[in-house]
Design a binder for this molecule. Structure first.
Ligand code: HDD
Length: 713
């Protein structure tokens, strides 16, 4: 049972079984005497059909897999709670947002989008950020992403988008990657995706950790108060650890060294008590401001800049418990943006409207039954009573003869709730319109906010976008697709297009061809739906840049340091660093030529956590080479050189003290070291506090990107 302040609890023991001190049985409860041998006709004879134990075991095994999610198949989740810090009862009657200190149980699942269930965590991709709130008024799902806009404006293009990004159908290549022809073919014909493309080519698409990502509800939603009044709202999750990314080269190497990098990071952080935490914020837009901006609030390819509407923090989410069983919880959880509670409502965003159909539909094929709400992880803590009946794998045993409403035989039960009693009533929006299949002209700006995003980035971030585009388009085989993309990029920023073109050995086309079929009907192709650039009223927004992000804090909590050791290492140095890191809730790991014990300069022994073979510098946030005797063993070791080379290339903090500075002096990058490089902490003294202080302060900066050549200059 999870203990929550408000009394309502989520029963985590529901349907649990740990098998400890129990007999092995069949699914029918019959004790099994021999689980190692099938029933045979004679010692060397054929197996017998009669063997119900074997048949049951194999049959169950044969059906263990369910279809993976069509998108967001790869993910990891955890339990936790949401706590209201600044209630907003004047804006919403949603109970879970109304009272300071109220805690609501949650389960959050983070995911990539394109890859299969077993694909790498470090793909360049949007990350899903879905949170299920088990509120006292029913389930509320905030099914969000770590990027605040989306590729397309209308749900009818979603299957096309997903077909284009998934592995190509003829050869099922490439896995979990957008760097291929079909994706860029589609994008080059869909100018509306340009804002999203800027985000996905930025380092947002390669987070350091799920715990270091922002989350965004993307669509404009509505909050509804007791009086039935509506306010527009955008949801934001702000991570306590700040928003951080890895380098693209690093991401690719992590994918080989540890494809479970994000999954393991989330799991270990929770096991170690470093509970991930986010603040939930809202941008509040009064109903009368609906048409005030140069963009349409219903267009999911647009943000509301924080300069125009600041984010008001309403609560915090803490994830404090790992699932007990991945399949039962993380795999079977079923999110749906249509799971809302009184006090929250939809807008007419045509992407959201399509989503409202898609999610239940997909659960039917994935989980196989309309009873998916009865799976323990999906159950509401608010009581469920209705006349829905039967279906595959029904758990509930409904008592009585009445399964319809209205009824008299059941005393009219279950009965409808008045709005004052918490009954859900949709916002009473007036709609008076023609039935049309068209895109609103207010959705025509495809480049204005893409430009705002790009202009808001630091030189390093712009350089990373250039590099990402060179990589992605460089993997495209069809020249015409590359050229079309350069044309679209030139509408965002000419220098960006030119720098990408330089990497592709191409030139930017002089005129932008309006792509054929760019998401509109043939009648409208060259007419009122020409892609446009509407200049943003905000020139630059710090909140859009990871490096300028005002919410980033210089903490190193839960960060990992590789301490490179060999026999003769200074015990004092290792202890000094480990203790200093622990005080900051970070951790040092001994990485040595082999597993087992390393002899110290004091004839003591330190156990290695990893050998050079079982870990890699890309799996750590910083590298430290401590003083010691016999350091030539490290200087001559190719693995050590690779550790240092990668750490330098990925702009990480590298520290060495005492005689170990010679190891850095012998590294491949030694000649390039600049005196201004604040990420290289080298000192001739050993085991000093000043050294660890400087090392830790540098780690708080995350990375020293100035080391890289800038591609946008
Ligand atoms: Fe979606 C899963 C987020 C557009 C259809 N979506 C899914 C998940 C997240 C999102 C986080 C994974 C949930 C989990 O962890 O189980 N999706 C988004 C966001 C979107 C978006 C933020 C745009 C703003 N999605 C979108 C559209 C459609 C879908 C336009 C279809 C019309 N999404 C689905 C789906 C999935 C899904 C096919 C696959 C698995 C699932 O629902 O449960 O129904």
């Amino acid at each position: 049972m999870e203990n929550l302040q408000d009394g309502k609890q989520r029963d985590l023991s529901l349907n649990r079984s740990d098998g400890t001190n129990k007999y092995l049985t069949t699914d029918q409860g019959v004790k099994i005497n021999d689980d190692n041998n099938s029933l045979k006709a004679g010692e060397r004879g054929p197996s017998l059909l009669e063997d119900f134990i074997l048949r049951e075991k194999i049959t169950h095994f044969d059906h263990e897999r369910i279809p993976e999610r069509i998108v967001h198949a790869r993910g990891s989740g955890a339990h936790g709670f949401f706590e209201v810090t600044n209630p907003i009862p004047e804006l919403t009657k949603a109970g879970f947002l109304k009272e300071a200190g109220l805690k609501t149980p949650v389960f959050a699942r983070f995911s990539t989008v394109a890859g299969s269930r077993g694909s790498t965590d470090l793909a360049r991709d949007v990350r899903g950020f879905a949170v299920k709130f088990y509120t006292q008024e029913g389930i509320y799902d905030l099914v969000a992403n770590n990027i605040p806009v989306f590729f397309i404006q209308d749900a009818s293009k979603f299957p096309d988008l997903v077909h284009a990004v998934k592995p190509e159908p003829h050869n099922e290549i490439p896995q979990a990657a957008s760097a291929h022809d079909t994706f860029w073919d589609f994008i080059s014909l869909m100018p509306e995706s340009m804002h999203m493309i800027m985000w996905i080519m930025s380092d947002r698409a390669i987070p350091r950790s799920y715990r270091m990502m922002e989350g965004f509800g993307v669509h404009t939603f509505r909050l509804i108060n007791e009086a039935g009044e509506s306010t527009f709202v955008k949801f934001h999750w702000k991570p306590k650890l700040g928003t951080h990314a890895v380098a693209w080269d690093e991401a690719q190497k992590i994918s080989g060294k540890n494809p479970d990098f994000h999954r393991q990071d989330l799991w270990e952080a929770i096991e170690m008590g470093n509970f991930p935490e986010w603040e939930l914020g809202v941008q509040i837009i009064p109903e009368e401001d609906e048409n005030k901006y140069e963009f349409d609030l219903l267009d999911p390819t647009k943000i509301v800049p924080e300069e125009l509407v600041p984010v008001t923090i309403v609560g915090r989410m803490v994830l404090n418990k790992n699932p007990d069983n991945f399949f039962a919880e993380t795999e079977q959880i079923a999110f749906h943006p249509g799971h809302i509670v009184p006090g929250i409502d939809f807008t007419n965003d045509p992407l959201l409207q399509g989503r409202l159909f898609s999610y239940t539909d997909t659960q039917l094929s994935r989980l196989g039954s309309p009873n998916f709400h009865e799976i323990p992880i999906n159950r509401s803590i608010a009581p469920v009573h209705n006349n829905q009946r039967d279906g595959h794998m029904r758990q509930e045993i409904n008592i009585g003869r009445v399964s319809y409403h209205p009824n008299s035989l059941g005393g009219g039960c279950p009965y409808q709730a008045k709005i004052a009693e918490g009954g859900f009533a949709s916002f009473n929006e007036r709609i008076d319109a023609h039935k049309i299949r068209e895109r609103s002209e207010s959705f025509n700006d495809h480049f204005g906010q893409a430009r705002l995003f790009f202009n808001s980035q630091t030189p390093t971030e712009k350089s990373h976008i250039v590099k990402a585009l060179r990589f992605e388009l460089g993997k495209v085989e069809t020249t015409a697709i590359r050229v079309r993309m350069l044309g679209l990029l030139s509408q965002v920023d000419m220098k960006l297009a030119e720098q990408v073109a330089a990497g592709l050995g191409a030139t930017v086309p002089p005129v932008l061809e309006t792509p054929i079929n760019h998401g509109v009907s043939p009648e409208n192709e060259m007419g009122k739906h020409e892609p446009q650039t509407v200049e943003s009223s905000v020139e630059s927004s710090d909140a859009l840049s990871m490096l300028k992000n005002p919410t980033n804090s210089p903490t190193i909590a839960s960060r990992k340091v590789a301490i490179i050791c060999s026999d003769g290492v200074s015990e004092a140095c290792v202890m000094n660093m480990k203790e200093a890191l622990l005080k900051q809730d970070a951790k040092g790991f001994i990485v040595a030529p082999t597993l087992g014990n390393i002899l110290t300069d004091q004839d003591g022994a330190i156990a290695a956590n990893f050998s050079f073979l079982t870990a890699s510098s890309v799996l750590f946030d910083a590298v430290y080479v401590p003083d010691g005797i016999g350091l030539n063993a490290l200087i001559e070791n190719d693995d050590v050189n690779e550790y240092l080379h990668d750490a330098y290339k990925h702009c990480k903090v590298i520290g060495a003290d005492g005689r170990a500075t010679a190891v850095i002096g012998a590294a491949s990058f030694a000649a390039k070291i600049s005196a201004d490089d604040q990420g290289l902490i080298l000192t001739n003294e050993a085991a000093t506090k000043a050294f660890t202080d400087e090392f830790i302060a540098a780690m708080g900066q995350h990375r020293f990107w100035e080391r890289e050549p800038n591609l946008y200059n």
